[in-house]
Design a protein around this ligand. Structure first.
Ligand SMILES: Cc1ncc(COP(=O)(O)O)c(C=O)c1O
Length: 378
């Protein structure tokens, strides 16, 4: 077997599946965790559970001593069910239901995110005395999947919110930001870090003794364009942080994609290969998986999954890739077509690499009667 075939692909090669199935290699998650942790040094990993809440991943990460970033009560409960120490779970969503804040507080969580006065008031009421970090807006993200605008507050507001938190009896410990998901190169963090570092020193000058910097996610996976090895990438991010912030006592990183994406491969099937006209040079390739059954991140063709087929005489041609549902939005790649073998045909197996993040939970429950993505953990 060639060296590049992963354990997940080797597993798929010897089995058949009745529906699209994500095969997840939890040992690969562990290897990636260790690689990132080595590069991150003293920064703590808070796994962004939303990337993939698969029980076996949470379980393995609890055993490795990971911390967790939870977006909801359900994610907190999941981590607790697998034995996570509540003190190692942060509630990172800036938009929380009051009863969920109260639940988290009762469960023993201490650290909460906020980017607005009203959120701080909710936290002060339902988790009195909690530690908070203020999430900042990131402008001009160079990420493939930016998270700008919806989250964070501006520079002037951030200092006010530190004051509001203090006045409400909370413990404002620092700032958080997200450079944007799938930030392919560590150097792309530079402009964002410059911006945050300026604010960090403004806050210190204003008398806030900040000791926590949450650098969020953004760690990349391979989707066809070159990325650095995880240890090299994480170390380069930390070097840039040290250069701008000095020695921050507590640094948190919240990798999601960068921790789990490369541990998963989807086994899918080609349902139809067709041409809309005999003159068309490109073909339409319809798969049994689409935007509504796990590949939501193909929206705007932002995330470029890697397809592998067993056909291999070397001759390929451009294809528009589409999902199986009767919705014209269910087209995966059209602006930038995908080169696939000329003899590809319905019934062929197709592998979609590096699909361990943002696939299983991003699937509808049964749009058009197609079941959500199945998962096998090896
Ligand atoms: C608060 C927060 N932290 C971390 C992440 C994980 O980001 P990534 O998958 O880019 O590592 C996200 C993703 O949406 C997030 O919202």
């Amino acid at each position: 077997m060639p060296a590049h075939v992963s354990r997940a692909e080797a597993y798929i090669a010897t089995r058949s599946f009745g529906r699209p199935t994500l095969v997840l290699d939890v040992d690969a998650v562990e290897a990636q965790y260790r690689a990132l942790a080595t590069g991150l040094g003293h920064a703590r990993i808070h796994y962004a559970v939303k990337a993939n809440p698969q029980a076996e991943i949470i379980n393995r990460l609890v055993r490795l001593g990971s911390h967790f970033d939870a977006a909801s009560r359900a994610e907190i409960e999941l981590c607790l069910d697998h034995g996570a120490d509540p003190a190692r779970i942060s509630f990172g969503n800036t938009v929380k239901r009051p009863s969920d804040i109260a639940f988290a507080h009762r469960a023993g969580l201490r650290l909460f995110a906020a980017d607005a006065e009203e959120e701080l008031e909710k936290i002060a009421k339902h988790a009195p005395g909690a530690e908070v970090y203020i999430r900042l807006i990131v402008e001009a993200s160079q990420a493939d999947w930016p998270l700008s605008r919806k989250f964070g507050c501006s520079k002037d507001k951030a200092l006010d919110l530190l004051g509001v938190a203090k006045a409400l009896g909370l413990n404002p410990r620092g700032f958080s930001f997200h450079v944007g998901s799938q930030t392919r190169q560590a150097a792309m963090w530079g402009p964002t870090l410059d911006h945050i570092a300026q604010l960090w020193s403004d806050a210190q000058a204003a008398g806030f003794a900040l000791d926590l910097l949450n650098i969020g996610g953004g760690f990349p996976a391979f989707y066809g364009e070159a990325i650095d090895e995880p240890t090299v990438y994480a170390a380069a991010v930390m070097d840039q942080i040290r250069a701008r912030f000095g020695n921050v006592p507590h640094v948190m990183a919240e990798p999601g994609r960068g921790l789990v994406a490369e541990a998963g491969v989807i086994a899918a099937e080609v349902l139809l290969v067709s041409r809309k006209s005999d003159r068309d040079l490109h073909r339409w390739v319809y798969l049994d998986i689409g935007k509504f059954s796990g590949l939501a991140e193909t929206m705007d063709e932002a995330i470029r999954y890697q397809f592998v087929t067993a056909r291999g005489d070397g001759q390929t041609g451009p294809c528009i890739m589409a999902g199986p549902s009767c919705d014209s939005a269910d087209v995966l790649y059209e602006k930038k077509m995908v080169d696939l073998p000329l003899d590809l045909a319905g019934g062929d197996r197709i592998l979609i690499r590096n699909c361990g993040a943002y696939t299983t939970t991003y699937a509808t429950i049964g749009f058009n009667g197609f079941p959500p993505l199945d998962v096998v953990v090896i």
